[in-house]
Structure formats: C-alpha cells, structure tokens
Ligand binder design. Structure first.
Ligand code: ADP
Length: 389
C-alpha cells in the first residue's frame, strides 16, 4: 500500500513540469500560496528578496524557474527591486508582483523596470490567481516557441549565406587556376617531347582535381539555393531523347569520364515539360554517381508510358548496404562503403528535391557489391503519375 502511495506521489511529481518561486516574508501568505499551487508546480520558497536572490543564484545551471511570485513589501529588498535583479538570472521567468492597494503608485511606476507580467492586489481571489498563473505559463510557452523559431530562422539564414559565400569564394579561384593551367598547357607545346609528356601528365591530374573541387562546390552551392526553398521551376517542353543526348555530351565528354553511358529508349518518344537546368542536375548526379561507384559503364534507360516518363539509371558497382539505404536521401549522408570515393552526400538530397519540384518520384534498389538502380517517375504533362510498369 505504502509503495502504491509513493508511486502515485512520484508520478504526480514527474507530471509537474513548471517551477514557481514564492517570495514573501509572511509565513501565512507563503502557506496559502503553496497550498494553492502545490499540485501543479514544483514550489520553491524564500522568506525575502535577499534570500530569494541567494537561492536562485545557487541553483544549478540546468534548473529553470518559470514563474516568480513576489510580495512587494519586504525588508531589505522590495519586491520590485528583487524582481528587477532576478531578470539577469532568469530572464525568461514570468514575474508577478503581489501588492497592497496602498503601494499601487510606486508599483505602477516600477513595473517596466522589473519586467513585471502582472501585479495582483491583496486580498486576491484564489481562482483568479490560478487563472493568472495559467495565462502566465501560456504566455511563457508562446515566448519560448517564438524564440526557438527566431533562432532556427536565424541559423538557417546563416547556414545558407555561409554556404553561398564559401562556394563563391571557391569558384573564382578555381576558375582562375583552370585558366592559368590552360595557358601553361598551351605554352608547353613548345617544349621538347619528353618534357611535354611529363607536363601533360601533371596538367591532366590538376584538371581532374579541379573538376572534383568544382563538383563539390556545385553541390554545396545548389544545396544552399534549394534550402532557401526559393526555386520555382522554369518549365519548357523538350524532346527528352534529344535532351538526354545533349546532357550526356555536355556533361560527360570530359576526358575525366572514361566510361561510356549506354543510352536506351523505349516507348513512343514525346515532348515532356521540365526545367532543363534542374533536370540536368538530376541526370548528372545520378549518372556521375553510377560512374563513381562502379568500374563498369552505367545504363541510362528512358521509357515513355501513357502519362509518365520513367528514367532508369543502373550500375553494377559497389551498391548501398541494406541498413544504410533509408538514409541516403538525407543531406550529408554517405554510406560506409563510399568512404574511398570523393563526395559531399548532398547530390541525392538535391536530386530528390528537384524531382519533387517536377511532381515526380524517385526510388532505388541496391545490392551490396552487385549494383544500384535508381528510378525516376515524371508526369509527362499531368501533375499525377500512375505507375504502369
Ligand atoms: P556523394 O557526393 O557522397 O556521392 P550523394 O548524395 O550523391 O553523395 O549520395 C549519397 C550516398 O549514397 C553516397 O555517399 C553513397 O554512399 C550512396 N550512393 C549514391 N549513389 C550510389 C551508387 N550509384 N552506388 C553506390 N552508392 C551510392
């Protein structure tokens, strides 16, 4: 029985999440207040302003006081003086001052100084008092939600601006390095053949490193833009077959990509409405991953269905470990077996965002050391897709 009671008491204590500090030099007043709030609050008491200050200064950093109720007339420190000083220790606490009608004049003058939420004149009705406490808590919760939102908004802005700034700061020097290398390359043709070979080998490896850096920066920059949610697709109607051929040629004719993309088309070739810039990112990300994570050439297969276009990008590479598959669309996530390959973990997050901006869907299947198949479904004209495969 005793155990049951103790358990009940414990549960009640756990349910109390707010702490109230009662400051009054008269024991009867403190007792009355304590009785009124003890079921709903953790109660801390102090016998005057000075004691209360010492008490809250000594509290561990992790503790919070949600509401402070202080009497105005107390020896040494008045209620207003104490509440004012408590502001630097618990700035977010709701401060309530209990005052006699005769103190009203001074109290009103001091109210802003001590950031007082409400003052209550004695004698007060317990029900009114409880109602004020409830309102106080609501207002405090609202304030903390507001503050958390502002903080998050601020952090997001900072993150976006920071990513854009860093990426831009990289882009210019990288393109300067590229130009200088090209000039040196041009000059190197005057050198004797042996030296030319030597220089060419190193120029090639510098180009490769620059390309890798460029891709990383491009991912980060694109992600900065996507996070701002400021992208409105600019749609145009294109022949998707011609468009794929253009992307393959435009993005993969570089010497760096020594694999050949096997491009297959099924179904009746029609025009499709896309944002060509965004879709280029999608195809590039998936195809370059298929090349990066595999030694064999990837397949790009498109299939025109009645209402949808299905795009398949398949490789026979390292695959994605089963237990990590649910994370790979999360930004910055990289599977353990990808550690030896360059990357940011942003490409697939961007790809998914861009596909969804087209009202499309992306899925994949992958087997460790066997390969991966990414499948995109895009509506040809309508906003809905019905899978028919
Ligand atoms: P990354 O820049 O790391 O390639 P992505 O966002 O494009 O970033 O991909 C996230 C992770 O998903 C990769 O780090 C890798 O672990 C895995 N992944 C993506 N595509 C493939 C693929 N074709 N084969 C194997 N793993 C892949």
């Amino acid at each position: 029985m005793a155990l049951k009671l103790r358990k009940k008491k414990q549960e009640k204590l756990e349910a109390k999440k707010h702490t109230i500090l009662i400051v009054d030099d008269e024991e009867v007043n403190r007792r009355a207040l304590r009785k009124m709030v003890k079921d709903d609050f953790e109660v801390i008491e102090a016998t005057n302003g000075k004691n209360a200050l010492e008490l809250i200064q000594a509290l561990p950093e992790s503790s919070t006081i949600h509401i402070i109720v202080s009497d105005q007339r107390m020896p040494e420190l008045s209620g207003v003086e104490f509440l004012e000083r408590s502001m630097s220790i618990f700035p977010n606490a709701v401060r309530i001052l209990v005052t006699a009608y005769t103190d009203m004049e001074t109290t009103i003058q001091a109210i802003n100084k001590a950031n007082i939420y409400k003052f209550i004149t004695k004698p007060y009705d317990p029900e009114d008092f409880k109602h004020i406490l409830k309102q106080a808590l609501d207002s405090q919760e609202l304030q903390s939600v507001k503050k958390a939102l502002e903080k998050e908004r601020g952090l997001n802005m900072l993150k976006s601006n920071f990513t854009s700034m860093i990426s831009h700061q990289f882009k210019t020097p990288l393109s300067n390095v590229k130009t200088s290398i090209e000039l040196l390359e041009f000059k190197s043709y005057n050198l004797d053949v042996k030296l030319q070979d030597y220089f060419q080998k190193h120029f090639q490896s510098i180009h490769e490193e620059i390309e890798i850096m460029n891709l990383l920066v491009e991912d980060i920059l694109t992600y900065g833009i996507v996070e701002k949610r400021s992208i409105i697709p600019i749609l145009e109607s294109v022949s998707f077959v011609d468009y794929c051929e253009f992307v393959i040629h435009h993005r993969f004719s570089n010497k760096l990509y020594n694999q050949h993309i096997e491009f297959q088309v099924f179904g009746y070739n029609r025009e499709i409405t896309i944002d060509t810039k965004l879709m280029e990112h999608v195809l590039f990300n998936l195809l370059s991953n298929a090349m990066k994570y595999s030694d064999e050439s990837p397949i790009l297969r498109i299939r025109f269905q009645k209402q949808a276009l299905v795009i398949i990008i398949a490789d026979r590479g390292i695959g994605i470990p089963q237990e990590e598959q649910r994370n790979i669309f999360n930004s910055y996530y990289r599977a353990k077996n990808a550690e030896n390959h360059q990357g940011t973990g942003l490409g697939l997050a961007i790809t998914k965002d861009f596909v969804e901006l087209h009202n499309g869907q992306i899925k994949f299947k992958s087997k460790l050391n066997k390969g991966s198949v990414f499948k995109i479904m895009l509506p040809i004209h309508q906003n809905t897709i019905q899978e028919q495969e």
